[in-house]
Design a binder for this molecule. Structure first.
Ligand SMILES: [Zn+2]
Length: 467
């Protein structure tokens, strides 16, 4: 028996298994154009949204008071490395080179399989506490098959919805990155045939591939073909600052006919305009992680350039050891940075802005329904739509920092924060209620803290880097 697993949902609080839940009289921002926004009720039964209406009879349902609250679909975080959670707080002043040296070059060697479990589990809890119900977990810490299994354990035990992005080992950067000639680990085939064989489960499989900046063209093609043979999506970092060998690699992928809706490109700061257009036309999703991109030296987020090509961005938090792990921050960085860039261009023409190309509702879509589409999950999550699984985030709208109640979307995007997250449910399972996580085991938190301290100690960082 595995004594190191936490089982989520033992403590469901007032929410008995099998009993319907009625969220009553919330300001619903459905992110579904056929439903729109309304003040009303949402009935959840057997893990699904069964009705959205101005008023629904409660019957036997447990009632959650939605008054003075905003109900949105749970956030979809399309790019995060959950394994770095135990290192949070050490890397906010690191440059990209510091990150490569310490986090990828050194720390990755220190992670035991249990460390990966603790980090992944705790990171998933933090995501749900912050209103995120779905993540793409880009796991490049799969040093052994046991590391892989423990990462999946962490996701499954947490209760979050996740695409587990099966990646590389994290203990030999030279072998796995920098024009690597080593194909992706075929252990992913074992996972596809065993633990993550179903596309209907809460945790499904994806491929975190190195892509053409870090592996040869031949390896990249083989990796894409591997993912397609397994019927899973892929995500790759591309065109990041001066990092990696970026020479119009996305153009080459497009010309080779390898781009498609099953591919996610992350960052893309140095992409040429024709590459962005090529990706958008092929249905590729593009993840922008604005906070970390600005910190580390990736270059400017490409939000406006993607919109200009007729596409939509999706959002991610990325390196939780460096930056905030919540989607409120990423939405705000994305929208205001894009406005700043556009306004600055107008100034060069001696003009002031007359309107913005990106508004609050657009960026909330990027953080919810567009993200769900990017992960191939839009039939299950991403909007408050009857028939979808009940991934819902209820936000308090009565605290001073979000008052007065004028516009729920603007309140969420421009004034909201993790402190507003009142209730979170994933597939109808309540994970947070009345601002309290229902699944936060103290021993696991202490174990994770000890693991983080041990790993940072082994890195022998300059004291100034950890104090
Ligand atoms: Zn990343």
């Amino acid at each position: 028996m595995d004594t190191h697993r936490n089982t989520s949902n033992d403590s469901a609080g007032p929410f008995a298994a099998g009993r319907p839940i009625l969220i009553r009289q919330a300001h619903i921002v459905s992110m579904d154009d056929s439903i729109g926004d309304l003040t009303g009720d949402v009935l959840v039964k057997d893990g699904k949204i069964v009705e959205v209406a101005p008023s629904i009879e409660a019957g036997q349902a447990t009632v959650i008071d939605g008054r003075h609250k905003v109900l949105i679909p749970g956030f979809v975080n399309t790019h995060i490395h959950l394994w770095q959670t135990v290192m949070k707080g050490c890397a906010g002043d690191w440059t990209f080179n510091d990150y490569l040296q310490h986090a990828l070059g050194s720390a990755g060697k220190q992670f035991t399989a249990q460390d990966v479990y603790l980090s992944t589990f705790l990171g998933a809890l933090e995501q749900m506490e912050a209103g995120v119900t779905t993540v793409f977990d880009w796991a490049h810490i799969l040093n052994t098959p046991e590391h892989t299994d423990r990462a999946i354990d962490g996701l499954q035990d947490s209760g979050i919805r996740a695409v587990f992005g099966h990646g590389t080992p994290g203990d030999d950067v030279g072998k796995w990155y920098y024009q690597s000639t080593t194909p992706h680990l075929d252990d992913v085939v074992r996972i596809r045939k065993s633990r993550l064989s179903s596309d209907d489960d809460l945790v499904t499989l994806g491929l975190s591939m190195r892509g053409p900046d870090f592996a040869t063209a031949e390896v990249t093609r083989a990796d894409i073909e591997l993912a397609r043979s397994l019927g899973i999506m892929s995500s790759m970092h591309v065109a990041v600052g001066m990092y990696g060998d970026y020479t119009a690699n996305v153009r080459a992928l497009g010309k080779a006919g390898l781009l498609g809706p099953d591919i996610n490109l992350t960052h893309g700061n140095r992409l040429a305009d024709d590459e962005i257009a090529m990706a958008v036309d092929a249905g590729v999703s593009i993840s922008v992680t604005p906070e970390v991109e600005m910190q580390m030296g990736h270059g400017l987020p490409i939000t406006g350039r993607v919109l200009g090509a007729g596409g939509n961005i999706v959002l991610g938090t990325d390196v939780v050891s460096s930056v905030s792990a919540d989607m409120f921050s990423q939405m705000r960085f994305a929208v205001q940075l894009e406005r700043g860039l556009a306004n600055s261009r107008l100034h060069e023409e001696g003009r002031m802005p007359e309107r913005f190309t990106l508004n609050a509702r657009d960026v909330l879509r990027s953080a919810t329904i567009h993200g769900a589409r990017a992960l191939g999950l839009a039939n299950r999550t991403g909007s408050v739509t009857p028939g979808k699984e009940a991934d819902l985030t209820l936000l308090g709208w009565d605290q001073a920092h979000v008052q007065p109640r004028v516009d729920p979307v603007q309140a969420v995007v421009f004034h909201g924060s993790v402190t507003n997250v009142h209730t979170v449910m994933v597939r109808g399972q309540v994970q947070k209620f009345e601002y309290q996580s229902l699944n936060r085991p103290e021993q696991t938190l202490r174990d994770a803290e000890a693991a983080g301290a041990r790993i940072l100690e082994a890195l022998a960082l300059p004291k100034s880097a950890v104090i």
